[in-house]
Design a protein around this ligand. Structure first.
Ligand code: NI
Length: 168
């Protein structure tokens, strides 16, 4: 496994819609393995493939020792709203309060091409929405009314130092 460089927000690939995966082969498995390693090294709780320069619909999330690999993920159900702090590995050093759906259901394929559904709430729901946004070229700052809502991590209230602010 190889730790890859995480791109920051000004890189054009982060603004492009990622392509669907059609080949569930060794190179996809290598990509997923590298993404997990890169995310853990950062450290973060989620990473999308375009954040390491690969324009494919692939993302990984790790929360409470549970790894979720998502290939071609789609939001199929959402309900509720919640505002909470959020950060991104591609926007290091900053966090903001972002409104997200409280509960989501996502349909995706696993690394072998088998379809599955996963339900999430709280931070897992937030991470799922954040990663699907990445694969559509959307960053969390796009949900803010103004970039002045961004807060430096070092100046954020202490209760903000949660997993979410480590970066998704
Ligand atoms: Ni992110």
């Amino acid at each position: 496994m190889v730790i890859r460089r995480i791109l920051t927000a000004e890189e054009p690939i982060l603004r492009e819609r990622a392509k669907r995966v059609t080949q569930f082969d060794a190179s996809l498995h290598r990509l997923l393995d590298d993404m997990l390693e890169t995310m853990r090294d950062a450290p973060g709780i989620g990473l999308a493939a375009n954040q390491i320069g690969v324009g494919l619909q692939v993302a990984v999330i790790e929360l409470e020792d549970r790894v979720t690999e998502l290939v071609n993920p789609q939001l199929v159900r959402q309900s509720g709203e919640v505002i909470d702090w959020e950060g991104c590995l591609s926007i290091p050093g900053f966090v903001a309060e972002v409104k997200r759906h409280a509960r989501v259901t996502v349909k995706a394929k696993d690394r072998y091409g088998k379809e599955f559904r996963v339900k999430g709430e709280e931070l897992f729901a937030r991470a799922l929405q954040h990663e699907i946004d990445h694969l559509n070229g959307i960053l969390y700052i796009d949900h803010l009314e103004s970039l002045e809502e961004l807060v430096r991590v070092t100046e954020a209230p202490s209760e903000v130092e949660t997993e979410a602010t480590a970066g998704i």
